[in-house]
Design a protein around this ligand. Structure first.
Ligand SMILES: *[C@@H]1O[C@H](CO)[C@@H](O)[C@H](O)[C@H]1NC(C)=O
Ligand SMILES: *[C@@H]1O[C@H](CO)[C@@H](O)[C@H](O)[C@H]1NC(C)=O
Ligand SMILES: *[C@@H]1O[C@H](CO)[C@@H](O)[C@H](O)[C@H]1NC(C)=O
Length: 345
């Protein structure tokens, strides 16, 4: 009787502990089972309108498995014959960082592919083009300098290594329409603190420009021959064929940039092409977890407007989402051919 009561108590307290964990035991079992069928490509997708064209693409074959964890839905299936897990992050850096971390922590992955639409800072790109940057940065980690200080003055906490003047700054007074000064003074761009999986916990490293996987970026060169759709429907078409192009840099922040002065500034300063709200978070997680990663971003507007073309941006957003998905599918085909070749050799 006594032993039974103790066992009962132990059992009950285990139940309590289990029900308090973030991931229920039943879900952990589903995850372990799914991982035995891996490795998978992880497809990280910001918003519903960027997910839907992939769910509807003929190359996507869903299995009947979805696993819900921490408010995110992980959908299993194949894309162009490759085993894949699709997950929608929701808007901006926190959501995309959390979702990517869950994906790479929980699942047996061979790589991460991210796609979506983006604003554009690069005058050589147009609506509907798909940009494939080699590097991504988070440009929303700032050290905002007090009024009166300038480039010759150390930043707050710079001496302790928390902040740096290496990357550069924006001076708000340069954008005044009336006077030549502004109490908003200077904002200095900062690298992220990172703690890679093969580093020492709590020992920080810094990175601003996060490279995509060099092998994926090389393979992506083959995409430049792919032809993209230029018509939204029977009557509305772009006046030029959209192109797929590898570019040097893209940048992200939890900031919707619809401002021509800022767009020109970040292009002049950083030579970035796509400007959006998630890729750098995905990049930073994959970089730290040492998971291969690449992003495809279809241009949906010229951030801040200012051209005739930009007035049509809203109308062409669905075309941009579709083009981004098409590039993902074509990339997976190229990737799986390269894997087959690697196995044959
Ligand atoms: C659904 O998935 C389970 C587990 O993989 C499998 O046993 C079952 O046969 C599948 N059912 C269908 C209809 O595909
Ligand atoms: C501000 O404007 C001056 C004069 O045009 C220019 O030389 C300088 O590079 C600008 N500085 C910043 C940080 O934008
Ligand atoms: C094409 O799309 C535009 C923008 O959504 C719409 O205004 C127009 O009616 C569409 N044309 C056809 C033939 O569906």
């Amino acid at each position: 009787m006594g032993v039974f009561r103790v066992l009962l108590l132990v059992g009950l307290s285990l139940l309590v502990v289990i029900s308090e964990a973030a991931i229920p035991t039943k879900t952990l079992r589903q995850i372990n089972k799914a991982n035995r069928d891996g490795p998978y490509l992880g497809l990280v997708i910001p918003n519903q309108f960027e997910l839907n064209p992939l769910l509807q693409h003929p190359s996507y074959k869903p299995s009947n498995l979805t696993i819900d964890v921490s408010g995110k839905r992980f959908r299993f299936g194949t894309v162009a014959g490759e085993k894949a897990i699709l997950v929608m992050t929701g808007l901006a850096m926190v959501n995309s960082g959390i979702t990517t971390q869950l994906l790479v922590t929980l699942f047996n992955l061979k790589g991460v592919i991210h796609h979506g639409i983006a604003g554009n800072a690069d005058p050589s790109l147009h609506i509907g083009d798909v940009a494939i940057p080699q590097y991504w940065s988070h440009s929303g980690l700032w050290n905002w300098q007090r009024y009166g200080d300038g480039p010759e003055n150390p930043l707050a906490l710079e001496a302790s290594g928390d902040y740096t003047r290496d990357i550069g700054y924006i001076k708000f007074a340069n954008y005044s329409t009336t006077s030549t000064d502004n109490f908003l003074n200077n904002v200095w761009y900062q690298p992220e603190e990172v703690f890679p999986i093969d580093g020492t916990p709590e020992e920080r490293q810094h990175i601003f420009w996060v490279p995509v996987d060099p092998h994926y970026f090389n393979l992506a060169k083959k995409l430049e021959e792919v032809t993209l759709e230029k018509c939204l429907n029977a009557t509305l078409c772009l006046t030029y064929p959209p192109k797929i192009i590898r570019v040097a840099r893209g940048t992200s922040a939890s900031i919707y940039v619809d401002n021509a002065a800022y767009r020109s500034f970040i292009y002049d300063k950083f030579e970035v092409s796509p400007v959006e709200m998630e890729s750098a978070a995905v990049a930073l997680v994959c970089h730290q977890q040492r998971v291969p990663f690449i992003t495809f971003r279809a241009i949906s507007d010229l951030a801040g407007g200012g051209t005739e073309e930009s007035n049509e941006a809203d109308a062409f957003t669905p075309l941009a989402s579709t083009n981004a998905v098409e590039v993902v599918v074509q990339f997976i085909k190229i990737l799986s051919q390269s894997l087959v070749r690697a196995n044959v050799n």
